[in-house]
Design a protein around this ligand. Structure first.
Ligand SMILES: NC(=O)c1ccc[n+]([C@@H]2O[C@H](COP(=O)([O-])OP(=O)(O)OC[C@H]3O[C@@H](n4cnc5c(N)ncnc54)[C@H](O)[C@@H]3O)[C@@H](O)[C@H]2O)c1
Length: 327
């Protein structure tokens, strides 16, 4: 049993991971400033500290009182369109505050760290599927901040004997019984489609249908949020040898936006109104992971990442969420 500090535990991926940790008997302490997360998403058995992870004094105070074996660092600014128009705040939160956090952890002897990185570190793919050795040329400041922080972590692993795992997620999606996607504003394909199916939005916007893909729309690798959380738990079992390891989390197969629309229409039993808009800058035609390293080294298997299961779990969660908000 470990004491795990989870930053961003009130967010989408972090809250699902908290629950899996608790189910395995670990103790969970959450740091979240609730800037994009929701207090109700934090499981009751976890302790929530509402604070900024870059606040050295308050984090130090917490670490003085609580012994921590490992940190799962989910908290970040993560909306890609915002990172294009407002890069400064991304460097401030994802890198500068991140380094303040690492310094505080270092002073308190924490040496095990799991980082939520992103496929955005790769930029426009030179080949697909993308393996971990693929060149890293981010095309937005969000991806740049994730890459910078990975590089910072590599130096902490080398200098201070930390055991670091960086997970580069592809498209986190789907829901569990307890948690689903509730980003505000929402920019992710599946929740936007389901909001449209539920009549909460007038239409779903497809950004470009003239890509070099079989149906002209972008192809992405969707991976269920439970499978992402499961990878984090496997990272806790890694022998604590000092060093840094990076892994893709994706399924190795992609689905086009049109395919996702088709599945969402079947599952919701609706016709989803769609408009075609121009391509967005920095949207590659195909993003698809090669997850072989994660499967080989950590024994990870995507158990819930079939597209129908992703969309149906997200739809069930959306209906429950809508019912709660209507009440
Ligand atoms: N959702 C995806 O498809 C996806 C893909 C690749 C990588 N990621 C990464 O996974 C992580 C989690 O993503 P998510 O979709 O769950 O995002 P989210 O916005 O739902 O969760 C992020 C959480 O971090 C908290 N937070 C932000 N800044 C903070 C700060 N300074 N101090 C304390 N808490 C802070 C927010 O309140 C929120 O609860 C992020 O690091 C993101 O970059 C997500």
């Amino acid at each position: 049993m470990a004491n795990v500090l989870v930053t961003g535990g009130a967010g989408y991926v972090g809250s699902v991971c908290c629950r899996q940790l608790l189910e395995r008997g670990h103790n969970v302490v959450v740091i979240d400033d609730l800037s994009t997360g929701h207090a109700h998403a934090v499981p009751e058995q976890a302790t929530l500290h509402q604070l900024d992870y870059g606040d050295r004094a308050r984090v130090a105070n917490l670490l003085k009182r609580t012994s921590i074996d490992a940190v799962f660092h989910f908290a970040a600014k993560a909306l890609i369109p915002e990172s294009v128009t407002n890069p400064g705040v991304f460097f401030d939160v994802n890198v500068a505050a991140g380094i303040a956090f690492l310094e505080t952890l270092q002073k308190h002897g924490v040496r095990r760290f799991v980082f939520s990185s992103s496929a955005a570190v790769y930029g426009n793919p030179e080949h697909v599927p993308i393996d971990e050795e693929h060149p890293k040329n981010p095309v937005n400041s969000y991806g740049e901040t994730k890459l910078m922080f990975e590089r910072v972590l590599r130096w902490y692993a080398a200098a201070y004997d930390w055991t670091v795992v960086a997970f580069r997620y592809f498209n986190a999606s789907g829901a569990t019984q307890h948690a689903g996607e509730d980003h505000r504003p929402e920019t992710h394909v599946i929740p936007l489609l389901l909001q449209t199916a539920a009549g909460e939005r007038g239409e779903f916007e497809v950004y470009g249908d003239d890509y070099d893909t079989p149906d002209g729309t972008c192809i992405r690798d969707y991976v269920h949020v439970s499978d992402i959380a499961a990878a984090h738990l496997l990272a806790l079992d890694v022998t604590p040898n000092p060093g840094m390891r990076s892994y893709n989390i994706g399924c190795g197969r992609g689905h086009s936006v049109r395919e996702v629309i088709g599945v969402a229409e079947q599952i919701t039993g609706t016709n989803i109104p769609v408009t075609i808009s121009p391509r967005r800058a920095g949207d590659p035609a195909v993003l698809c992971a090669n997850p072989a390293k994660l499967q080989r080294e950590l024994g990870w298997k995507p158990l819930r990442s079939d597209l129908r299961e992703i969309v149906s779990t997200a739809w069930h969660w959306h209906k429950r969420w809508a019912a709660r908000h209507a009440a």
